[in-house]
Design a protein around this ligand. Structure first.
Ligand code: GDP
Ligand code: MN
Length: 382
């Protein structure tokens, strides 16, 4: 899960990483109220999950109420690389003496954490990497060793951070590492990390990607789960605990396991069909899960046929078949359903489906045949 800047800064603050005081607002009036409370000058910043907001006009300094109003009016509704701004972060403006860069991320190849620091912050790091790669100092961090002040200071020094800022930068790096490590983030990036004229170092921007696999031990992440920005269908799927990704074809796909769901999409493509979605119902496929899956898929008007592809290992095919039959009694479905079940108790499952076979429900023995039939049915219905 990617956080907005203001959420990232709230997360930083929990781990002692210094950030400017600010308020998240959704209207021009609230932006004014926030600015009055914070004191001028303020910075008005677009909250979108994409970088380069400054260049796109999404970050503006405002010295008084009139300028704050103008900035908020200009930024709300602005389209930044396809992301429309609905929320602003108003923060007290900072005087900047120098702009640096710092990040922590996972180095999968090296099987370590990776810290990158540069004295050339404020510009896109990709640009620095391309034009002046030696300006980025890197440090591989063994998760068992962690990062101490001494190592952080040495890294900052290698990155050409001036002596006056070394202690401040090192402290931020150590706190930022705790945020990344204990905070279960896959990425924390600060660009710019600034030095103020009075010698303080603090984070002026925040990019944080949380590791969704760790969500179970972070109830405090719940309010950040941004269901609002999901497509209604994706939101419904998420609420039902299903892994759903919308695609633009017309064959709805339900499979158990992400691997099988992906293979099913591939096979449908191979036989000339177009998958309408990827949907993994996971292990076990009770009537409830099946009903939820069918419900999610049938809210997609593009779907002309549904392919259910289940391989029973621990999952028993006869239960899946009963699930489908029961689900059909609960959810109104007009698109024909083609089912392929194989594995544990497949014979019983086929018998159950045969009893309920109709125009809208048919079973075929192989994935290829089922994919072909579903794709044909979808084409006929176009
Ligand atoms: P990004 O363009 O999406 O990365 O947004 P940033 O939050 O990094 O802001 C872009 C630029 O705006 C920064 O690099 C700063 O130069 C400038 N900026 C942001 N906040 C302040 C501030 O408090 N004071 C000043 N003077 N400039 C700021
Ligand atoms: Mn930035």
């Amino acid at each position: 899960m990617d956080l907005y800047e203001y959420q990232g800064k709230q997360y930083f603050a929990r781990f002692g990483v210094p950030v400017s005081p600010g308020e998240a607002v959704d209207t021009v009036e609230d932006a004014l109220g926030a600015a009055e409370r914070l004191g001028y000058p303020v910075v008005v910043k677009a909250q979108v999950r994409v970088g380069g907001r400054g260049k796109a006009g999404g970050v503006r300094l405002a010295a008084d109420a009139a300028a704050t109003r103008a900035a908020a009016e200009a930024i709300l509704g602005l389209d930044i690389k396809g992301h429309v701004v609905r929320r602003l972060w108003v923060e007290r403006a900072t005087d900047i003496a120098a702009e640096y860069y710092a990040s922590f991320t996972l180095d999968r190849t090296n099987k370590t954490h990776l810290c990158m620091v540069s004295a050339e912050g404020g510009v896109e790091i990709e640009q620095v990497a391309a034009e002046n790669p030696e300006a980025i100092a890197r440090l591989a961090i063994d998760p068992l060793d962690g990062l101490d002040l001494e190592a952080a200071r040495a890294l900052a020094s290698r990155a050409q951070i001036p002596t006056a800022a070394l202690d401040g930068v090192a402290q931020v790096l150590v706190d930022l590492y705790r945020c990344y490590e204990q905070g279960d983030a896959d990425l924390v990036e600060v660009n710019p990390l600034v030095l103020t004229p009075d010698g303080r170092v603090h984070a002026l921007d925040a990019k944080v990607t949380l590791d969704d696999s760790a969500a179970f031990r972070h109830p405090e992440w719940e309010p950040w789960r941004d269901l609002e920005s999901l497509e209604p269908r994706e939101r419904l799927a998420r609420e039902r605990g299903l892994q759903y990704v919308g695609l633009d074809g017309d064959v709805g796909i339900i499979a158990n396991g992400a691997g099988l769901a992906m293979s099913t999409c591939d096979v449908v493509e191979q036989v000339g069909g177009k998958p309408a979605n990827f949907l993994d119902i996971g292990g076990g496929a009770s009537a409830d899960v099946m009903a939820s899956a069918l419900e999610v898929i049938t809210t997609d008007e593009k779907v002309r046929a549904i392919l259910v592809n289940v391989f029973g290992g621990i999952t028993r095919c006869d239960e899946v078949a009963r699930g489908i039959v029961q689900a059909l009694g609960r959810v109104h479905i007009t698109a024909p359903i083609v089912v392929r079940l194989d594995g544990t108790n497949a014979e019983e499952a086929r018998a159950i489906l045969a009893e309920h076979a109709s125009e809208t429900l048919q079973a075929l023995p192989t994935m290829l045949e089922a994919a072909r039939r579903a794709s044909e049915l979808a084409k006929e219905a176009r």
